[in-house]
Design a protein around this ligand. Structure first.
Ligand SMILES: Nc1ncnc2c1ncn2[C@@H]1O[C@H](COP(=O)(O)OP(=O)(O)OP(=O)(O)O)[C@@H](O)[C@H]1O
Length: 226
């Protein structure tokens, strides 16, 4: 008998509010969600609907007030800070609108940083293969300030992929890029799913997401729209 693979993400009745009294905002008002492994999900919806809050809670960057979140069968709600930090570093990949690269490090050093922080020797052959694939082979010694926005985002994607993460979380990954460069980044994220079997969850306002995602989760007023 084979055991079914657990969902890449399982969220049960997640609540997260900000502020108190009249200023109280229910950013997440009972969100339940299941994401299958090896799929591309886009979280969309109006400004203030809770997309970023949801992504941050799913990725263990923010803690919900109540509810449960599991990633690949591991419950992350209730983990302590250091366990959660290690979980994010070892099991998740992140791609942000603002790239979040360390400006004083080269592209190569940025790509291998999570492995180094985890005390692992980076797989240099894998770094070379990723750099070739992402068109970064001649850019590895450059610092982020010497790279275009699209190149910086590709460095962030290489960094995310190198760790073979259970889930890659992307927060407005095309928000700072022109149309053509944004298309390239969306295609690369799609390729992380199709070629590498990764699970990608992306928050975006970008209507082109519909062309690459397997599923659109629409948020309205802190809830997943039916
Ligand atoms: N740190 C915070 N303090 C207070 N309120 C917050 C905070 N972060 C978010 N909120 C509120 O929670 C709600 C959801 O915010 P969130 O950023 O998740 O929405 P969003 O859908 O990602 O919006 P956008 O598309 O504009 O980025 C909003 O009403 C917002 O004002």
């Amino acid at each position: 008998m084979t055991h079914a693979q657990p969902p890449a993400i399982l969220a049960r009745d997640v609540h997260r509010h900000y502020g108190a009294d009249e200023a109280r905002v229910a950013a997440l008002d009972g969100v339940s969600l299941e994401v299958a492994p090896g799929t591309f999900t886009a979280i969309m919806g109006p400004s203030g609907s809770g997309k970023s809050t949801l992504l941050h809670c799913l990725a263990g960057l923010d803690a919900p007030d109540s509810g449960e979140i599991e990633i690949a069968g591991q419950r992350i709600t209730g983990l302590g800070d250091s366990a959660l930090t290690a979980f994010r570093r070892d099991r998740l990949g992140f791609v942000f609108q603002s790239f979040n690269l360390v400006p004083t490090l080269t592209a190569h050093e940025n790509i291998v940083l999570p492995a180094r922080l985890a005390g692992r020797a980076p797989d240099e052959a894998a770094v070379r293969r990723l750099a070739e694939r992402l068109g970064l082979a001649s850019r590895l010694t450059h610092r982020p300030g010497e790279l275009s926005g699209g190149q910086q985002q590709r460095v962030a994607i290489a960094r995310a992929l190198l760790g073979s993460p259970d889930v890659i979380f992307a927060d407005e990954p095309t928000g700072a890029l022109d149309t053509a460069t944004g298309d390239d980044v969306l295609a690369l994220l799609r390729d992380c799913v199709d070629t590498d079997g990764r699970t990608v969850v992306m928050v975006t306002h970008d209507d082109r997401a519909a062309g690459v995602a397997d599923r659109i989760v629409r948020m309205v007023d802190g809830r997943v729209a039916a």
